[in-house]
Each structure stands twice: as C-alpha cells, then as structure tokens.
Ligand binder design. Structure first.
Ligand SMILES: [Zn+2]
Length: 79
C-alpha cells in the first residue's frame, strides 16, 4: 500500500504499467469477486524477480520478461 502510494508519483518512466485491457479485465474480475464475497485483486508495484525491473502487478512476480509467448498478458496468473 505504502509502496503503491509512493510510486504513484514517480510512475511511468521506471514502472512498467499494466495495459488498459488488463486493468479492465481486473476490474471485471473484482466486480465478480465482490459479488462472491472475495477480496478484490489489488494492482501494486513490485520488483520483477527475474530482471529486477519495477512493474505493476496484479499478483504475478515477473514483468513478463521471462516468457517468450507474445500473447502473454501481465496479470494473467491470477485466479
Ligand atoms: Zn522482468
């Protein structure tokens, strides 16, 4: 939480952002999760365990650098 707040100001240049489509997807999932009485997925900035870059994560530990699939979408590992 604190991490998220402090990185909000720095953002863009250093932090890989989630694509809007993924954020939208998460919002939809969160809506469903709320109805199901589950805690919502939180997007937070974390450091990639593979390359060390900062990135927005919805639960995954890497920024996607270690996957060769071009169809990979960040945040896909959730649920
Ligand atoms: Zn990475």
């Amino acid at each position: 939480m604190v991490l998220e707040d402090t990185t909000r100001g720095l953002q863009s240049n250093k932090v890989k952002r989630l694509p809007p489509s993924v954020i939208k997807d998460i919002e939809l999932k969160n809506h469903a999760r709320r109805l199901a009485d589950l805690s919502p997925i939180r997007i937070k900035v974390r450091q990639c365990i593979s390359c060390g870059a900062l990135f927005e994560s919805a639960g995954n530990r890497t920024c996607g650098c270690n996957t060769r699939s071009t169809g990979y979408i960040a945040g896909r590992e959730i649920i």
